[in-house]
Design a protein around this ligand. Structure first.
Ligand SMILES: NC(=O)c1ccc[n+]([C@@H]2O[C@H](COP(=O)([O-])OP(=O)(O)OC[C@H]3O[C@@H](n4cnc5c(N)ncnc54)[C@H](OP(=O)(O)O)[C@@H]3O)[C@@H](O)[C@H]2O)c1
Length: 223
């Protein structure tokens, strides 16, 4: 679905699985994508991989994380939870005044099927606490497997969007729609604990059923 409102979106840690999946979907929708990495070489390689998937010239570039964050309208974070806190401190100054979409799930190996939240309440609340009030943190996409994103096909999973600022949630819900998924406003950032926790449950279900990408659907609503 082509967007009516193209943005420049930086995906920090976008060289990974989930980041590339989101980059692919948003680039297809007509957004300008900056893939962020600790090294510009890795960022450029990932950008090339996404361009190959798209198969036509598109605005997808690679940069180091801080520069990517500075140049973007909206910043997305897709790093393992073990890197979450340090990354937030590192790019704090570069994201002030922006919408910051946290995709991080606080998985703590080896028990990734067990919900283990940080002291702040959730990964998104940790992000809000570190980045400060001038950054509008929104949590989204924690339940969507990268395989579903990269398939390019319709995804049998909804996206629950949480965050303290209603307008920021609405902006991110529009970005969810641009990926071709169905998003729902799931309320304030405190509710992100439920959404992040669901991922551990889905990983457990994946194991039980021998699949890679189980998901969630909200029923009883008109779509
Ligand atoms: N994979 C999924 O299907 C999925 C689904 C939903 C949510 N998530 C969540 O999304 C996040 C990313 O998942 P992923 O599977 O994409 O992870 P990943 O592929 O393991 O890592 C993503 C990127 O994080 C960066 N990174 C790794 N360690 C770092 C460190 N110490 N400091 C700074 N950057 C570091 C790396 O980028 P550079 O080396 O280029 O810097 C790496 O390419 C996780 O929190 C995960 O729980 C994943």
């Amino acid at each position: 679905m082509k967007t009516q409102n193209p943005k420049t979106i930086a995906i920090l840690g976008g060289t990974g699985k989930e980041g590339k999946g989101l980059a692919y979907r948003w680039a297809l929708a007509g957004h300008s994508i900056i893939i962020g990495s600790r090294t510009v070489e890795k960022a450029s390689t990932a950008a090339e991989e996404v361009l190959t998937l798209i198969g036509k010239p598109s605005p997808v570039r690679g940069m180091e994380n801080p520069q990517a964050a500075r140049e973007a309208d909206i910043v997305v974070l897709t790093v393992p939870f073990s890197a979450h806190k340090d990354m937030l401190e590192f790019i704090k100054a570069d994201v002030q005044g922006k919408i910051f979409v946290d995709v991080t799930v606080p998985l703590v190996p080896p028990k990734v099927t067990k919900v283990q939240m940080p002291a702040e309440g959730s990964a998104a609340q940790q992000a809000q606490s570190i980045l400060g009030e001038n950054v509008r943190v929104v949590a989204a996409f924690q339940n969507i497997s990268y395989e579903n994103l990269l398939s390019g096909e319709e995804v049998d999973c909804d996206v629950l969007v949480t965050g303290s600022d209603k307008d920021a949630r609405a902006e991110v819900l529009a970005l969810v729609g641009d990926t071709g998924l169905f998003g729902l406003d799931a309320g304030p950032i405190e509710n992100s604990v439920v959404v992040e926790g669901l991922t551990s449950i889905l990983i457990g279900i994946n194991k039980q059923f021998g699949v890679h990408a189980s998901g969630i659907r909200i029923t009883g609503i008109s779509r």
